[in-house]
Design a protein around this ligand. Structure first.
Ligand code: ADP
Ligand code: MG
Length: 707
């Protein structure tokens, strides 16, 4: 059966030993199917053979001929060996050279027929030569037309056709991979299982699976090379769709399964509760906030647990939305947990909670590492008895140490990692609460569809009215004096200033030194101001102390590493200077910049760069200066970095898409998302299709269960 062959480990293929298998595994290729879904990086048309007489310098050409003589040439450079051959076709002769490949003397010999693909160069007085070409020795009687219809025997793999060029994976060269792929394709039975539903194939006029695989790797000579290199042939698109479709079906099955789960506490909404929510409202919600709130409150009333991601740019006003949802749950007599990644953020939330809920009959509590043991001793049982309505705390603490009596809603703020695999539901002692995850990292829709595809997504676009736009300046480090003048002006006006230093793990010590030195320098430059340093290596309470001093206005200049990135809200801080801005990712810069522009005063962000900088660094800073729309920035970031790096780490839990590309194949992803959802909801997938999807998920994501 097809599945059986496709699911075999790659060592099954001839020529793949333990070493190569290990190298392929490192690149995410475990099974024969994985190998076949790893597209070539590009395609080269080596099919149109040229006559030797027609060759001109600068051409990349495919020629075929007979080897007249071959051997190692004498060179004057010590240690340098040149293998050369004289090749002749009906039109003429040409010299071919391979630098430093002495072993070819045992491969290429006189009288052989050979096909070559490579660059034609003018070589001084000696005339034209072909340098370091790919080649293939033609066995007697083999076809040269590049068509696989001619019995699919190995005619030529590497030349004389449109040739797939794979990425090198460890010890596996592109040529080897080409042979492995060919070998695998040859063994595919004609009537294998196809995970793409037949009606989709029919409407799209896409080829069947086996044909598509052949055409994606060894295209017929008539295929447009441009279409191939754009990954836009029907065969390629079909496989990309399949890749997305299988993944999306897995997500849809999970979502479907989630909807079968009964949650313990279902909220009801009536006029009394609406009035109660209105009472706490400190300002008029924006349309985006209202829509998001409506979606959340609708979920609260459903019998299955909500899993919703609330996206909104920094400062979009997610907190109040979460808090209003909390009011609904609390008015139903249930408990709510609000969790943040750091103590500073938890405290900040708690201040908001206390302010907004002032005078309302809810009992709230803050639970962080700073809460004394004595308080905690009283607090935990009170929560367990259900006497505390709202617990704000750090995520770790709340999830690990708290038992709730009636937890209906868990809000998780500033979540930056959404790995489908990592994200477990909140362990809530069998209550299956509604879960609202909030992030200020705008996620491009394509990523949201994959990373967070088993969650519902609400997006708050735009910012509350009255925000002052932030002016962003990109400056060379040599203009530091101007920046110091800016700092002085700003502080004299009563404002506060951030100076941000990059800190990357690999050079953490050096970076920390640099940040420390900068704090010292700024203390010298601005003796009249109070300057402090904040970094991740400081103890939690030390950090919090500095942050509190800054928030309270006691500090005027805060030199900080990126620990200040998430969610911190100091309205009086109106100037941010980012040192070594060229070293930051785009989304990270956007997050940082979001720390200013939060109050009534206009703000400025200065991105200081040190030359030399790369083109992408330049693009990043330009994008920052061009726009302040987090969603636009996120799309640019995705294009510049690629999906694997978008979340800052390859271990983000991002599913490994095999053929699809989230920036190139957006339309197919959308289509796959829709098709998968509709089919799972309507129950029209065959048991075989479901079993296949489960298999792929299991192999790719380990323990995860689907449907
Ligand atoms: P974020 O979405 O980044 O978490 P916050 O919830 O911290 O943003 O809100 C940012 C600021 O905007 C807060 O000071 C909040 O009080 C204010 N805010 C939120 N919504 C509105 C609104 N509709 N009108 C006016 N101010 C608002
Ligand atoms: Mg926030």
């Amino acid at each position: 059966m097809t599945e059986d062959l496709l699911q075999l480990p790659l060592q099954f293929l001839k020529g793949v030993g333990p070493r190569k298998a290990a190298d392929l595994k490192k690149a995410g290729l475990n099974t024969v199917e994985d190998l076949l879904f790893r597209f070539p990086r590009r395609y080269e048309d080596r099919s149109r053979l040229q006559t030797i007489i027609s060759l001109r310098p600068g051409m990349t050409a495919a020629i075929s001929g007979e080897v007249l003589n071959a051997g190692l040439a004498h060179t004057r450079r010590p240690g340098f060996r040149l293998f050369q051959a004289l090749v002749q076709d009906a039109s003429g002769q040409i010299q071919v050279v391979w630098p430093n490949q002495a072993f070819l003397k045992d491969v290429i010999r006189a009288h052989q027929r050979i096909v070559l693909f490579g660059k034609v160069e003018l070589w001084g007085s000696r005339g034209l030569q072909v340098t370091d070409p790919e080649f293939e020795i033609i066995k007697d009687g083999a076809e040269l037309d590049g068509s696989r219809e001619a019995g699919r025997e190995l005619d030529t793999l590497h030349t004389g056709r449109i040739v797939p060029v794979y990425e090198r994976t460890g010890s596996v060269t592109p040529n080897m991979q080409r042979r492995f792929v060919w070998q695998a394709l040859e063994q595919l039975p004609p009537d294998g299982f196809d995970p793409v539903p037949g009606d989709i194939l029919a409407t799209e006029q896409w080829p069947a699976r086996r044909d598509a695989l052949w055409q994606a790797h060894f295209p017929e000579a008539t295929t447009s090379i441009d279409a191939l290199n754009a990954f836009a042939t029907p065969a390629q698109r079909r496989l990309i769709f399949e890749d997305f479709f299988v993944f999306q079906t897995g997500l849809a099955l999970r979502r479907h399964e989630n909807a079968q789960v009964k949650k313990g506490l279902v909220c009801a909404v009536d006029d009394r509760i609406r009035e109660s929510a209105r009472k706490v409202l400190p300002f008029k919600l924006t349309q985006g906030q209202r829509d998001a709130l409506a979606e959340i409150v609708a979920d609260l009333q459903k019998p299955w647990p909500m899993q919703r991601l609330l996206q909104g740019d920094v400062g979009a006003g997610k907190t109040i939305v979460a808090l209003l949802a909390a009011v609904v749950a609390m008015d139903n007599g249930f408990q709510v947990a609000m969790m943040a990644p750091t103590e500073i953020l938890a405290e900040q939330h708690y201040r908001t909670v206390v302010k907004v809920l002032d005078g309302r009959p809810y009992r709230t509590a803050l639970l962080t590492g700073r809460v004394t043991a004595a308080t905690r001793r009283d607090l935990l049982p009170a929560i367990e008895r259900g006497e505390v309505n709202l617990v704000v705390g750090t995520q770790a603490l709340v999830q690990e140490h708290v038992t709730f009596k009636s937890l209906a809603l868990a809000v998780i703020d500033e979540q930056h990692r959404f790995g489908v695999v990592q994200r477990g539901t909140l362990a809530a002692k069998g209550l299956n609460p509604d879960v609202l995850v909030m992030t200020a990292t705008p996620i491009p829709r394509t990523l949201a569809l994959t990373e967070c595809g088993d969650m519902e997504v609400s997006v708050i676009r735009g910012l509350p009215p009255g925000r002052k736009p932030i002016r962003t300046l990109v400056k060379a480090d040599s203009r530091r004096d101007e920046v110091y003048a800016l700092i002085r002006d700003e502080i004299k006006r009563g404002r506060q200033v951030y100076v941000i230093y990059p800190l990357v793990e690999e050079s953490e010590k050096i970076d920390l030194k640099a940040a420390t030195a900068m704090a010292e320098e700024l203390t010298r430059v601005f003796p009249e101001f109070t300057v402090a340093l904040l970094h991740g290596r400081m103890k939690g309470d030390e950090k919090a102390q500095v942050m509190r001093a800054f928030a309270g206005g006691a500090l005027q200049l805060l030199v900080s590493t990126t620990v200040v990135e998430v969610g911190v809200d100091v309205a009086n801080a109106t100037l941010m200077v980012v040192e070594h801005a060229e070293r930051f990712g785009l989304s990270q810069l956007h997050q940082l910049r979001g720390r200013i522009g939060r109050g009534e005063h206009a703000s400025t962000c200065v991105l200081l760069y040190q030359a030399p900088w790369t083109d992408t660094a330049r693009e990043r800073l330009k994008a920052m200066a061009d726009t302040s729309d987090g969603f636009v920035i996120a799309e640019r970031d995705l294009q510049l970095r690629g999906p694997g790096d978008f979340f800052g780490t390859r271990q983000s839990g991002l599913p490994t898409l095999r053929a699809g590309d989230l920036t190139r194949d957006v339309d197919l992803l959308e289509r796959a998302y829709q098709e998968a959802r509709v089919r799972v909801d309507a129950g029209t997938l065959s048991p075989e299709q479901k079993a296949y999807v489960r298999g792929v998920w299991q192999r790719q994501f380990g323990l995860i269960t689907v449907g």
